[in-house]
Design a protein around this ligand. Structure first.
Ligand SMILES: Nc1ncnc2c1ncn2[C@@H]1O[C@H](COP(=O)(O)OP(=O)(O)OP(=O)(O)O)[C@@H](O)[C@H]1O
Length: 296
């Protein structure tokens, strides 16, 4: 552990606090994220990015696209938790939300300036920062222009080195395109896992908030089908100590979910969102504390 007593009590910019545990990330994404085989690209990208051998030429920029409730925030949380000892509570992990942090179009230049100096002071203190921008599609256009020099191919920008930073942009942009493409595949009887990154890339280029040549990896999140939602429901029961929920109760949660599109009713319109409140009610009603672990 660190010899600096300050670091015994406060988070420091060192390997103890930033272990960059890629193996845990790989395993967690494999085991806990359902139906998103393409997210493994993230593991490869981060492995290469933080390996000094490869000398990253720029900050790593990942752009997650997809339907609500398909796992974009969920995966970002796992990235933060495996790279930083304090996870999302780390002072090196920053989460900006479009509608909350940048609500007003008229304030665009102010946001741009503030964002620039905020990012700069953080990266100057510790280069291994994680910046997550959620709801990118709901930010006033132009806010992210201010950070372009920081994610471009440059060793130093204004005295700061951004090449070890990671930027993740989350949005629903392109989700109709992803869903339509996947529905067509499904109609042809193809497997979900046959979908490749390259199949969808062109669509993202057209509808992007940031200059597409500065994004290193576009990750499409596929819409959630019934079998994935069932897994999410079981997770919610497990979190409340119900290891073997009654299938009738799983069905009751499924019945609350709306399915679309009209042509196939293949996907949950809310992905795996809004499940927990339903599960909570069922657990309170049907699983008294003393027999939670067994099937009722
Ligand atoms: N692919 C998935 N595998 C397992 N659980 C998932 C998955 N997608 C979503 N969930 C569950 O649903 C919750 C909500 O998902 P999440 O917040 O990641 O959605 P999102 O894609 O970020 O949606 P939005 O576009 O509305 O921000 C997660 O906290 C998780 O519990």
């Amino acid at each position: 552990f660190s010899y600096n007593p300050y670091c015994w009590v406060k988070e420091c910019c060192n390997n103890d606090y930033i272990p960059g545990d890629i193996n845990t990330l790989r395993q967690t994404l494999n085991e806990r994220v359902y139906g998103q085989h393409l997210v493994q690209t993230v593991v490869e990208a981060i492995t290469a990015h933080w390996n000094p051998k490869y000398k990253a030429p720029k900050a790593l920029t990942l752009s997650f696209h997809g339907w609500p409730g398909s796992g974009k925030n969920y995966v970002s949380k796992f990235i933060a938790e495996s790279l930083y000892k304090l996870g999302t509570k780390s002072r090196f992990v920053h989460h900006f939300i479009g509608r909350i942090h940048f609500p007003l179009i008229g304030e665009t230049s102010k946001y741009k300036e503030e964002l620039y100096s905020w990012l700069k002071s953080n990266v100057t203190y510790c280069p291994r920062q994680l910046f997550i921008f959620d709801e990118v599609d709901k930010m006033p256009p132009g806010v992210l222009d201010g950070i372009k020099p920081m994610i471009d191919y440059r060793d130093m920008v204004d005295g700061a080195d951004y090449t070890k930073a990671i930027f993740i942009f989350l949005s629903n942009t392109g989700s109709y395109l992803i869903n339509e493409y996947y529905e067509k595949m499904w109609n042809k009887g193809k497997n979900r896992e046959e979908l490749q990154l390259s199949d969808l890339k062109r669509g993202f280029y057209r509808s992007d908030n940031i200059k597409s040549n500065l994004i290193d990896h576009y990750i499409p999140f596929l819409p959630m089908q019934e079998k994935h939602v069932i897994e999410c429901i079981k997770d919610e029961f497990r979190q409340r100590d119900v290891l073997f929920p009654n299938p009738i109760h799983i069905r009751q949660v499924l019945d609350f979910i709306e399915w679309g599109p009209d042509s196939s009713k293949l996907f949950s319109k809310t992905g795996c969102k809004r499940i927990s409140s339903k599960v909570m009610i069922l657990v309170a009603k049907h699983y008294p504390d003393d027999n939670k672990k067994s099937e009722l």
